[in-house]
Ligand binder design. Sequence first.
Ligand code: SF4
Length: 427
Amino acid sequence: MEIKQKLFILADAAKYDASCSSSGSKAKRDSKGLGSTEGNGICHSYTPDGRCVSLLKILLTNHCIYDCRYCVNRISSDVQRARFTVEEVVNLTLNFYRRNYIEGLFLSSGIIGNSDYTMEQMIQVAKSLRDEHGFKGYIHLKTIPGASDELLTQAGLYADRLSVNIELPTAADLEKLAPEKKRLALERNMAEVNNKSLEILNDKKKGLKPPIFTPAGQTTQMIIGATPTPDKDILNTSVNLYEKYRLRRVYYSAFSPIPHADSRLPGQSPPLIREHRLYQADWMLRFYEYSVSEIVSEAHPNLELDIDPKTAWAIRNPAYFPVDVNRASRQQLLRIPGLGLKSVDKILRIRRYRQLKLQDLLTLRIIWKRAQAFTITVDYHPGQLTDSAKLAARLRPSLANEATATATSDTECKTVAVKPTQLQLLF
Ligand code: SF4
């Protein structure tokens, strides 16, 4: 099979993986060699949920010995198969990189032979790029479930980021749709990557000079909507993984129906807005100090689709508002809908010198449509929030429209950077 044809197959097969954001790499690899993830005119383009659009995103192969029901590459799937050699992936990466089409490589794979053999092949790609070709660009390797600790350590020495896909929100979901994968084994891989990076951190603190190990950390991806598991369980799983393994990100990927799927899978994707709401809730958990039980509950286990979770919380908690931007703590400010981390920090800075007026907030470009019912300034008071139902009725239609537009733009940014016109130039 020609390499061009392999590329079409294996780039297309990789598009279901959302966890390719290249944010957060601070690797200080030496400046000699090809490319660098920092500076050098390289710009990263992100969708609102963090997807990156400038990596060569491919599978080493779409052959796989596993039969995960939700996956187009499962052994029982009737798709055209292809497999790159290590050399082919290395050459493709270098060629695309030199033409400035990509800033790095995102490499995943179906499982061939066994987990260790597949992981070894992927490591060889990264090793060859780094050691033989002096490649300093970004490398994200997807680890293979069940790969040995030694191989994970090696992978981390070459990759900027490693990811271990948790795949589905609960162990029961995994048992139902991907019985060959075990939750414990997946978490063991995460634990190993985390332990190794802690070890390196400790060595640095002691003044030693340890090797660079996954400078952009580890991430995971969870498919949502393939099972009826509610958002509450999804968010609890995320919190658990963030806490236990210091993940940089959990990526939520709405289930896409695949050809000839079996009856255990739904016939359609969940609404895209659900994915978007999960990213918003995830942000609240990581940066705004909310707990899962404040966002979703036993009685309401799913996020509302027509209103963002932060505004929904504010409407459910009228006693908390309005909040005076000239007096409130940072944590209180972060709970005002329409205010983000940057605007809160700016408010706190300005407050050291003078009282903020309404015009100051408008100048800071906060989302006033959301904030106005919840915010006090020196010259503005919205009155006590007495009728939450009325406020919700007023806010919901405009916020729902806004969310639909955002969720649509999320999907337009699906990842594969390689365009047919670029391919023609290459071959
Ligand atoms: S192991 Fe990965 S590639 Fe193989 S069937 Fe499962 S999800 Fe697909």
